[in-house]
Ligand binder design. Structure first.
Ligand SMILES: [Zn+2]
Length: 417
């Protein structure tokens, strides 16, 4: 079904306005937002929403923007929320972003004007092959672009504007939530879900046009502590059991061709050491465990335990302990309880003229945290590619498709209410 509406082409103007505002977050800062400058963009977004006529739009003290588009239907429609993050990654500078637009892309590599060493190579970015004839926005190569997640901000803003200027399109109450500090894992720390008052939400922060992600990893942390036997090195023969050497032996026995980030993809999980510290007497190994199922997590933790036990056989007077801590869970466990959330999104993507593709995220998202806080929240594409790097890019046409998807989604919830 093709779109019955004449969509405007204003999403790119919005996007170009937002990316020049530096909103990089900072993991070492204890404040919320972690950087005060994120509020510069928050203030602009709230003001633009006000200008559209959204009276309750505001930026709160923690750097969150809330807004409500009132319902214009008599039907009882669940309240849905669209959500994006204001900050950009601490991995790559977002100061003085100079966006460039390659009009009517003809294929091949894109050399970035500000630093010719920065080249978006067609071979390394296979998604470019699907963009022939499109207009591609990049940075000038000296900074990241910030499409992650300013593409999402621009798309939600543009869809809000479209809904408000087309009152003949019926929809329920639509909530908007823009969050700070997503990139440092603190994006929902101060989100007030009571105040938001939504039943279901969608983050607009995914990659390829047409994608919807309803699964994340489930995540645990595992810590192995080894207590060795310390003696004076001059008199240690037959007595000393060295905690550092025990820890090293454990690491050495981890699987070499499976079960690690560098040997897995798709739906495979892993057991990944992230820290080692110690001395003769005591050593600590820290791991993260990732899988899409709880059974998969258990399997990996059992593997770790069996390796530790095996190694410890050689050190009979030393002791060990293994602690497992839950970090986050696959949001599918929550989202599957409300299949209409994903069904409606798939239909909206279809009506925007794209083929919906359901995928999973090899990580956690704010959406997975929101889901377990009581707000089920899958992730819809924003069109962002090559996140957190100077080679980041997004196409104008994909952003326009995302706007259409959001508008159709609002309508579909009303139609099906
Ligand atoms: Zn993002």
């Amino acid at each position: 079904m093709s779109s019955p509406f004449r969509f405007t082409h204003t999403v790119t103007e919005r996007f170009l306005r937002y990316v020049v505002i530096d909103t990089q977050s900072d993991p070492s800062s204890p404040t919320c937002p972690s950087t005060e400058k994120q509020k510069d963009l928050g203030r602009l977004l709230a003001a633009e929403l006000q200008e559209m006529g959204i009276r309750d739009a505001h930026l709160d003290q923690h750097g969150y923007v809330y807004a409500t588009i009132p319902a214009n239907t008599d039907r009882q429609v669940p309240v849905i929320c669209f959500c994006s993050h204001i900050d950009t990654s601490p991995d790559c500078t977002g100061k003085d972003v100079k966006p460039q637009v390659v009009r009517n892309y003809r294929g091949g590599d894109i050399v970035l004007a500000g630093d010719p060493a920065q080249v978006i190579r067609a071979t390394e970015h296979p998604a470019l092959a699907g963009q022939i004839g499109n207009d591609i926005v990049t940075s000038d190569g000296t900074t990241l672009l910030g499409a992650d997640n300013k593409a999402g901000l621009a798309e939600i803003m543009d869809a809000a504007h479209f809904l408000i200027s087309n009152p003949q399109i019926k929809h329920g109450v639509i909530k908007i939530l823009f969050t700070p500090d997503e990139e440092i894992g603190r994006g929902v720390d101060k989100a007030d879900l009571k105040k938001l008052g939504a039943n279901f939400a969608y983050t607009i922060d995914g990659e390829t046009a047409g994608n919807i992600e309803d699964e994340t990893f489930s995540a645990n942390a595992a810590t192995v502590t080894i207590e060795g036997v310390s003696t004076h090195p001059g008199f240690a023969k037959g007595k000393m059991e060295h905690a550092i050497k025990i820890a090293a032996a454990i690491v050495d026995r981890l699987p070499k061709t499976t079960c690690s980030p560098e040997t897995t993809e798709g739906r495979e999980g892993f057991l990944h050491p992230i820290g080692i510290s110690g001395a003769l007497e005591q050593a600590t190994l820290r791991f993260i465990v990732r899988d899409f199922t709880d059974a998969g997590l258990k399997e990996k933790e059992a593997l770790l335990e069996s390796i530790v036990k095996e190694v410890m056989k050689g050190y009979p007077r030393s002791t060990w302990r293994l602690e497992i801590k839950q970090q986050y869970r696959n949001m599918k466990q929550v989202i599957d309880g409300h299949p209409e959330i994903v069904d409606n999104a798939m239909e909206a993507i279809r009506r925007a003229g794209l083929k919906p593709v359901k995928t999973s995220i090899r990580g956690g998202t704010d959406g997975s945290r929101l889901s377990f806080m009581g707000l089920p929240c899958p992730n819809i594409f924003a069109g962002e590619h090559a996140f957190h790097s100077r080679l980041e890019w997004v196409s104008v046409q994909d952003m326009e498709k995302a706007v259409q998807t959001i508008v159709h989604l609002a309508m579909i919830w009303e139609e099906r209410a």
